[in-house]
Write a protein that binds this ligand. Sequence first.
Ligand SMILES: [Zn+2]
Length: 403
Amino acid sequence: MQFEVIAKCHTTRARVSSMTMAHGTTYLPTFMPVATQGALKGLTSQQVEALGVTLILNNTYHLNLRPGTKVLDAAGGAHKFQGWRKNLLTDSGGFQMVSLNSFTKITEEGVLFASPFTGEPTMLTVRQSFFILLHSLTTGPRVEEAMWRSIRWLDRCIAKHKSSGRIDRQNLFAIIQGGLNPELRQKCVDEMIKRKPDLPGYAIGGLSGGEEKDVFWKIVKQCAEQLPEDRPRYCMGIGFAEDLLVCVALGVDMADCVFPTRTARFGVALTKDGPLNLRLERYRTAFVPIDEKCPCPTCTSGMSRASLHDLATHETVAAHAITQHNLVFQAAVMGGARDAIMEGRFPQYLKDFFRRYFADAAYPKWCVDALRSVGVDILEGIENPRIVEGKGAKWDYSDKPPK
Ligand SMILES: [Zn+2]
């Protein structure tokens, strides 16, 4: 993998870089859509590629269960199996382990659990993966134990990777763990930086599990500040526009989340004015696209909010249409950030984005604080801004937004 920093923001820690892998170049910062089981819900690989997406995420835990490694090997690999020609990142599956309640045993070798499909005992081993085995809000000695285990497993992954013969085609990222404890995070960062010659990139894991946003951004900042300049930094599991932009300002290069595709299936379109719940009655006669300036196939085809309102959640075409729009929105947020960093106007980009997104609601205090910590005051010049604690979204981003 070739990684090159192209430009840096003069104020924040944001940067633009290029990451060239076996299946092409991806420009960072970028958002990676999630194709958990080797398919992005609602779109074909060709449709995803046509949107300009150059990097998607698969999940090892899911691929291991279905179709399974035998089928993947027979197909000639994960790319061929899913008909995806661009870059692919596979996540080891710790988050899925967190959400499993049927696993029976965690050992130094791996996790033994009952397959949710067949009920058969299934082993996910270090060979395939390494991950945190705790809920992300867990605290105390178990977090430290898991953090050290993930370092030991990383060493075994490095050894396995070196002997795999795939070192030129696969790149191993270390995942910083340590829960919500800054001291453990520090130990983990220190240990993983020691292994830098064997690690083309770093991920910040174990967040986005329902922790306080104030804790979230401070952990991201702490990790991103210390990770090597010449390695991409990937913050796992974030996808709300405000989270993406704050993380980019803190020095993050990559992010992934199921949010934009999942919320699309519930009829929610993402826009620069905030999320639109197209199921609401007010869209029944809204004969305008989701966003007139959006270049996505849905908006340019003239498909209206009214039409999507009519189809949302009961006709699959609505899920396809809104999913395409939402992925283009995510790409536009990150592409806009790249352009702004290149042109030396990223602080203003942040101010403009937050002002428009939260103008008719209130600014989330955590975003204000996080961005002030890297030299940008998004409230500058705004008279009597409304500020809220907590996530501060216009609605709670739940899967079933209020009617
Ligand atoms: Zn659109």
